[in-house]
Design a protein around this ligand. Structure first.
Ligand SMILES: Cc1ncc(C[n+]2csc(CCOP(=O)(O)OP(=O)(O)O)c2C)c(N)n1
Ligand code: SF4
Ligand SMILES: [Mg+2]
Length: 290
């Protein structure tokens, strides 16, 4: 390890929900014994997107809303790395919305954590795509990432957690990372992460969160059933949390992007690209074009 991967002191406000995510990512990586040099955090732009600076791992600060493109690129360069993209609701669901939707269908085995605080925290509290009606003059209906994720048929892992329940969050991140490390595809976890400075929803969310696993009809292998369960929970004024989708055993095996493009799991970062190692192919190419 070099000094470049040493964490710096956090710049987040005391009590920010993002601390819960930071702790859960650290615990999940420790539980799975992921060496820091084999983990890559790609952060978005926003308070949440700074998370890679506070962790002992490789990190990239991506362009606003473009962290998924970079995270997928890292995974395809070296599929043996554990790749986590992490950012905010503004980063992922506003400027990054196009990339967000495509990530589910691309299905690269990376984990995407969105710290949803229903506001643009870093730029001092403007309405984001998940902002409720009336927040800072917002007149638009809030966007729901879980309903959107459930509506895209692909072999993904989908969950929602709450920063006020770090134990469950750690367990869900462990499962998501295991899903990725087995090459099963894309894992999306939205964490409800209150911004205590511009939109302190801790108390309200603690009262409203509902673990879907405890509801009748819960079956995370059945998208249609989970869409209905989440929608009904929301219509009852509650916020569904928990694992919303996990493919049933064997379903979607070898459907991940890196397994389809690189079946030997050797991306360019690990493949032999020396002239000596590729002389025969190189000569063939020269013959073709000469
Ligand atoms: C291209 C571009 N547009 C706008 C901005 C200004 N900007 C910085 S962070 C941000 C939104 C942050 O909100 P969110 O992603 O929810 O993160 P949070 O701070 O709430 O964690 C915006 C609009 C920018 N940095 N770059
Ligand atoms: S402004 Fe909000 S989101 Fe940003 S660090 Fe402070 S509490 Fe967290
Ligand atoms: Mg935000």
């Amino acid at each position: 390890m070099t000094e470049t991967v040493k964490p710096v002191t956090s710049t987040w406000c005391a009590g920010c929900g993002d601390f819960g995510v930071l702790a859960a990512v650290k615990k999940a990586a420790a539980e799975l014994k992921i060496p820091p040099h084999e983990e890559v955090l790609v952060g978005g732009i926003g308070c949440s997107g700074g998370i890679h600076n506070f962790l002992e791992s490789n990190g990239i600060h991506a362009l606003h809303g473009r962290l998924l493109a970079q995270a997928v690129g890292v995974k395809l360069a070296n599929p043996q790395l554990t790749v986590i993209a992490a950012g905010g609701d503004g980063d992922g669901y506003a400027i990054g919305m196009g990339h967000f939707i495509h990530a589910f269908k691309k299905n690269a085995s990376i984990l995407y954590i969105v710290m949803n605080n229903e506001t643009y925290g870093l730029t001092k509290g403007q309405a984001s795509p998940t902002a409720r009606l009336g927040y800072e003059g917002n007149v638009e209906n809030p966007f729901d990432s879980i309903l959107t994720a459930l509506s895209i048929p692909s072999h993904n892992f989908i969950a929602r957690t709450f920063s006020g329940d770090p134990k469950t969050m750690t367990a869900i991140l462990v499962e998501a990372l295991q899903f990725n490390r087995a090459g099963k595809g894309f894992a999306f976890v939205e964490d409800l992460s209150p911004c205590v400075t511009y939109n302190d929803t801790f108390k309200e969310w603690r009262e409203k969160v509902t673990d879907v696993a405890k509801l009748p009809g819960y079956d995370p292998t059945d998208r249609k059933a989970m869409f209905r369960l989440c929608l009904e929970t929301m219509e009852a004024g509650r916020i569904p949390i928990g694992v919303m989708h996990r493919p049933s055993n064997g379903e979607g095996a070898a459907d991940s992007l890196e397994l389809k493009l690189l079946p030997d799991r050797l991306g360019p970062a690990r493949a032999d690209v020396t002239l000596e190692g590729n002389r025969a192919e190189y000569d063939k190419l020269l013959q073709r074009i000469s």
